[in-house]
Design a binder for this molecule. Structure first.
Ligand code: NDP
Length: 417
């Protein structure tokens, strides 16, 4: 592949990606503010014709005007990804913490400049209602705890961003949606890949027919689990094994990339008898989704295999793949098609972003401008319906038919980076 072609394709995709930023009839909300004139201009470093144009520092919203978040559950994801991501965000700030460990929370609050008075326990969580700095509650707890904390958060009058999987059963997902509707607050499920630019570029290619009709989609998300005592290996807390935890990325990608909903699913699971990690949950799961257009998605997920993360789709005119896919960084997009009677493979260069900053900023813009999130509760509910059907199929050995979701599961397209 020639470098020039790579660069050309980068420019083409980058500008095309930017073009999708507009919401119907609204212009891109993220672009309306902060104002371009707020950008600080720096003197050019490489002012020579052999260098490309230099980036200016992008303006970000003044700290005082950003949307304030309370982070609930200070575990691996909150401490390693979410809290650091506020540093890369433009519209969001961390203003409160909720934890069962006061000592840890106090140390983290000091690191992030959060007031000690804004540290809550799970018991005092409802007092967030009295904290006007908090506009959004971000739930980062074990899966089966999501529902109660979302319902309580909504009753406290706060908008909710909830980690995936939304919950562990359909009834709880419906309860969460209904509580947020009743309280007139927004509910967004944190499907970070739906805000990631390479995934968005694929969605755009599919929507514009660049791949032609999609025929097949394959995806794998597997990793080796360690400690058998962790909540992910406990059915009551996790709701399942690899399927709801990492398999949900494959399932969700098949849906949002194709833009279709499956009508029939098949599933198989494997749970070894002699491994202490899998006394309650499955180690491996394979599932097939059949979509109305004829597209068939074959996905596999596992908790006992070396890390493997990819997705690929074949269309009539071209294929596209992310390999690796699903990670926090290091994603690689490739696509191939026939051009001038030659099979050409293109590796578009799309700058990577902090996916957590991206998703939180989407939520913040939705709050500031009263917009519906791109991945509302209905998106998580639909994944839960399909997850249940996959488990049912694995248990019975028969396929399970699915009716279409009662409501659209996605809001308007997100702003782009
Ligand atoms: P951890 O186990 O690392 O952290 C969970 C935290 O929840 C704990 O540290 C603890 O915080 C709190 N907690 C409260 N009750 C319990 C309990 N009974 N057992 C265990 N923890 C409890 O999990 P993760 O941070 O990895 O995952 C949290 C959520 O984030 C899950 O829903 C997971 O699916 C999702 N996730 C999403 C990812 C993504 O890429 N979007 C990646 C990883 C996870 P404290 O000590 O403060 O009380």
């Amino acid at each position: 592949m020639a470098t020039a072609q790579t660069r050309r394709s980068f420019l083409k995709i980058a500008s095309a990606t930017l073009a999708t930023g507009a919401l119907p009839g609204q212009g891109n909300p993220a672009r309306q503010k902060p104002n371009a004139q707020d950008a600080v201009q720096l003197p050019p470093l490489h002012n020579v014709p052999t260098e490309g144009p230099e980036k200016s520092p992008s303006p970000t919203e003044p700290y005082s005007q950003r949307v304030g978040y309370a982070i609930v559950g200070l575990g691996d994801l909150a401490l390693k990804e979410i809290l650091p991501a506020f540093g890369a965000s433009k519209y969001s700030k961390a203003v409160a913490l909720v934890s069962g460990d006061k000592v840890k929370a106090t140390r983290i609050a000091a690191q992030y400049g959060i007031k000690e008075a804004s540290i809550y326990s799970y018991e005092s969580y409802d007092e967030l209602a009295k904290n006007p700095e908090v506009q959004v509650i971000y739930i980062v707890l074990p899966n089966s705890m999501h529902a109660d904390f979302v319902v309580r958060g909504a009753k406290a009058g706060k908008h909710i961003l909830c980690e995936k999987p939304m919950s562990t059963n359909v009834r709880d997902c419906e309860r969460m949606i209904s509580a947020c509707n009743q309280a007139n607050v927004k509910l967004m499920i944190a499907y970070r890949q739906q805000y990631e630019p390479m995934n968005r570029a694929i969605v755009k290619m599919v929507k514009e027919g660049k791949l032609g009709a999609l025929k097949s989609f394959v995806a794998t998300n597997a990793q080796n689990q360690g400690d058998p005592g962790q909540w992910r290996q406990k059915l009551a807390l996790a709701g399942g094994g690899c399927l709801p935890d990492v398999g949900v990325y494959c399932l969700n990608a098949a849906r949002f990339i194709s833009g279709e909903e499956p009508t029939e699913v098949w599933g198989t699971t494997y749970q070894p008898k002699d491994d202490p990690r899998f006394t309650e949950v499955e180690e491996t799961c394979s599932f097939t989704l059949k979509f109305p257009s004829g597209l068939i998605a074959s996905c596999s997920t596992g908790y006992g295999a070396h890390r493997s993360q990819f997705l690929r789709m074949e269309g009539e005119k071209a294929w596209a793949e992310l390999n690796p896919a699903f990670g926090y960084s290091g994603l690689k997009l490739r696509t191939a098609k026939l051009e001038d009677a030659q099979n050409v493979t293109i590796e578009p260069m799309i700058e990577s972003v902090d996916q957590f900053a991206q998703e939180m900023d989407h939520m913040s813009v939705c709050v500031q401008q009263n917009l519906q999130p791109h991945t509302p509760g209905e998106e998580g509910l639909q994944d839960q319906r399909i997850t249940d059907a996959i488990y049912k199929s694995a248990k019975t050995g028969n396929s399970v038919k699915l009716s279409p979701p009662a409501k659209p599961t996605r809001g308007p397209d997100p702003m782009e980076s």
